[in-house]
Design a protein around this ligand. Structure first.
Ligand code: ZN
Length: 504
């Protein structure tokens, strides 16, 4: 009989090899979205499908079950937050979940989502929800079957949420989001109704793309993104992809008359990249070397993009650099006007273009709707009307058509149900972490004003990045900040910034 340590090594080797295939998938995906010539699409899809099948086979390989049975309860499993116990616990969770899904359901879901995305793309172009409706119905029906197959504590949504935010419960998320909505709605109304408004047109002056590229790269580098272990490229829909323990790819898009798009996009993706580069490389491919949840991942991007990148202190340091880089657009502009402009709050129809304050309302609308769709309380046929009503009620505006309304996001067509709340969870985690870092470091603002980012990054590395998946997100928040996730830190942060700006 082999020793516990030998079994553990066998398990880790097997799982690391699976991660190697997954990193090849990531590389193919990165290439597809940045470099690949259009005609290569069909063969690329074959390559990706082949690898996906191989990965699924390995994730449900019965040997995994055998190793995990031997290891559960062993000495390697005794200290809950140790790398070995986290590896055993999280791999067991992943394995059991994968095995509960019947192969036929996996195949039906894959087909429905591939087809769903194709139909959605066309439906959005044609502004034709009705052509998408039966496919969306089918996707929600299959996702409900998935939830039933996996099992859940309180409600089916729990099982779907778990794919993106492991261990999270719908009721807890709903509590925090409702608390946020109740206080955010009147705050947004106050800002929108204020007679003091920024002149955001100065951000639409001419910002030459080559200078945007150089400036963005300079800032990404100075906050700590390591270009020896990463790259910044151009794409239509920006993302961050980890291709290996020392290879993190971030992307952005540029518009000559839209300064914030690329700049804050780079800060956002670099924030994701810093997390990726901060995961322990020696555990690459195993839970202690993996990101914790989508919400925690998003917290890192939002923290750098918003708490840091839209603060006055940050621009105290960088505005003179920006003026030098973009003299045509910014000579004669004063720091306070620029800072106000990058913090404009305005209800809008499109989630991905929303500002920091209204963004969360877009998410809460989607969370409430997908929950009602999954339980069947809202029939899919009534979705466009419900969407318009929620926008009217929450943001005071209504989309003129479904293309800029219910059809704007790819998520549901791709079967990503339970994904949306992770964006707002990210904002909430970010505010709570930032507040704690500020306390621990004795004031971050002065450091930002001096262009010193290393202490904040060090803090994030130690408290969040280095821990990988050794804690659940809920445990991590308590461990780092001493309290559970709450909406107050984010509301305090937003009020603290926006009220002085808008009320003078
Ligand atoms: Zn993000």
């Amino acid at each position: 009989m082999s020793s516990i340590h030998t079994i553990y090594e066998e398990l880790c080797t097997f799982v690391r090899q699976t991660a190697m295939i997954e990193s090849i998938q990531e590389l193919l995906g990165w290439d597809e979205r940045t470099m690949m010539p259009p005609a290569a699409g069909e063969y690329r899809a074959e390559q990706m499908t082949y690898l996906a099948g191989w990965v699924h086979q390995r994730r449900t390989d019965p040997r995994l079950g055998g190793w995990l049975n031997e290891l559960t309860g062993s000495s390697l499993d005794s200290d809950a937050h140790s790398p070995s116990a986290a590896t055993i616990r999280e791999l067991r969770r992943d394995y059991e979940k994968s095995c509960k899904l019947p192969q036929s359901l996996v195949e039906q879901l894959t087909r429905a989502c591939v087809l769903g995305q194709q139909i959605w793309t066309q439906a959005r172009k044609d502004n034709d929800f009705r052509s998408f409706q039966p496919h969306l119905q089918q996707i929600f029906r299959l996702k409900l079957q998935q939830a039933e197959a996996i099992g859940y504590q309180d409600q089916p949504y729990d099982a779907l949420l778990d794919d993106f935010e492991p261990h999270a419960r719908t009721a807890d998320v709903a509590d925090v989001l409702t608390g946020l909505k109740d206080q955010l709605t009147p705050l947004v109304a106050t800002l929108v109704d204020s007679p003091r408004q920024p002149d955001a047109s100065l951000l639409q002056r001419r910002y030459p793309i080559a200078d945007q590229q150089a400036f963005g790269r300079q800032v990404a580098e100075s906050i700590g993104f390591d270009f020896q272990r990463g790259r910044l490229d151009v794409t239509a829909h920006p993302f961050c992809a980890g291709l290996g323990p020392h290879d993190c790819r971030i992307t952005t898009r540029y518009h000559e008359h839209e300064f914030p798009m690329a700049f804050f996009g780079i800060l956002h993706e670099a924030g994701h990249g810093l997390y990726d580069q901060g995961l322990p490389p020696e555990h690459y491919g195993l839970p202690p070397g993996s990101y914790l949840s989508l919400g925690i991942h998003e917290s890192q991007s939002r923290l750098w993009e918003n708490a840091v990148g839209r603060s006055r202190s940050f621009w105290q340091h960088y505005f003179p650099h920006a003026q030098q880089r973009f003299p045509e657009a910014l000579s004669g502009v004063v720091l306070d006007d620029f800072h106000f402009a990058v913090n404009q709050v305005r209800p809008s129809l499109i989630r991905v273009e929303a500002d920091e304050a209204t963004y969360n309302l877009h998410i809460i609308i989607r969370f409430e709707l997908e929950l009602a769709l999954l339980t069947g309380d809202l029939p899919v046929g009534d979705l466009p009307g419900a969407w318009r009503e929620k926008y009217r009620e929450t943001l005071g505006i209504e989309p003129p058509d479904d293309a800029d309304g219910v059809l704007q996001d790819i998520h549901w067509s791709a079967g990503l149900i339970g994904y949306f709340p992770t964006y707002t969870l990210g904002n909430l985690y970010a505010a709570q972490f930032y507040h704690q870092a500020d306390t621990d470091l004795g004031g971050i603002e002065d450091m930002l004003a001096r262009g010193e980012f290393a202490p904040l990054l060090e803090w994030l590395r130690r408290h969040i990045h280095a821990k990988g998946r050794c804690y659940s997100a809920a445990e991590l928040v308590v461990d780092v900040t001493g309290r559970s996730l709450a909406s107050q830190p984010l509301l305090d942060q937003l009020r603290g910034k926006y009220l002085p700006l808008y009320q003078g």
